[in-house]
Design a protein around this ligand. Structure first.
Ligand SMILES: [Zn+2]
Length: 221
């Protein structure tokens, strides 16, 4: 997974965040039909509790079918807004609950809302996560990267766009990575709440809600 990528194309890794039950009912059969495996990042405190989210039996079935299970916090709170005690709950308790659910080690985590800073990354490593996935687009280049980049695929993305994304010569992923880094910087400078208001303003016409940076309780990221 963390190996060097071939120079001519990107080998995609499919990931899902939050643990919605549609991951089990729709994504699992589709993955099996295409012979692919994926990573599922689970908001641990929603497991078996929140309506429409997977329970422990479904998580275990995903794991048994060969898919990766990672953590996505306990309450989906942005980790950059957590106290030290809250961080332990979001990271350590989530990991141990998920390990209990699937009966195997959990060493990957995706950041709720994609938010992180140096203290969050350090806390993730202290909590036993060896791989931290963000929402900033980018290819995995080496195991020395602090976080693994991802690209949020939306219903409106065309097949042609996705083909370009996987072709380094098109520059599409590099372009997305530049925009993603700009957004991440704006989030850090403005703070999460002000950034969310700006995003809502800029997207008023579309009604929005697709940006991984927007602060949403129910978000896909
Ligand atoms: Zn999420």
């Amino acid at each position: 997974m963390m190996a060097e990528l071939p120079a001519t194309s990107y080998e995609p890794i499919v990931t899902f965040d939050d643990g919605h039950v549609s991951n089990y009912t729709y994504a699992l059969p589709a993955l099996e039909a295409s012979g692919r495996s994926a990573f599922f990042f689970i908001t641990a405190g929603w497991t078996g509790v929140r309506p429409d989210y997977m329970d422990k039996t479904q998580l275990r079935a995903l794991h048994t079918a060969g898919h990766g299970i990672g953590a996505h916090g306990w309450t989906h709170t942005l980790l950059t807004q957590c106290s030290a005690a809250d961080l332990r709950h979001e990271l350590v308790d989530a990991r141990s609950a998920l390990e209990d659910a699937i009966g195997a080690p959990v060493t990957s985590l995706s950041l709720p809302g994609g938010r992180s800073n140096a203290a969050v990354i350090e806390a993730c490593h202290e909590a036993g996560y060896t791989t931290v996935w963000t929402s900033v687009p980018g290819a995995v280049k080496s195991s020395s990267e602090a976080t693994v980049g991802r690209f949020n695929i939306l219903a409106g993305h065309s097949d042609a766009f996705l083909q370009r994304l996987l072709d380094p010569a098109s520059g599409e992923l590099a372009r997305a990575a530049r925009v993603g880094r700009w957004k991440a910087m704006a989030q850090r400078v403005m703070g999460d709440a002000a950034y969310a208001r700006l995003w809502a303003l800029l997207n008023r016409k579309e009604g929005d809600a697709t940006d991984p940076g927007a602060q949403r309780v129910d978000g896909a990221l």
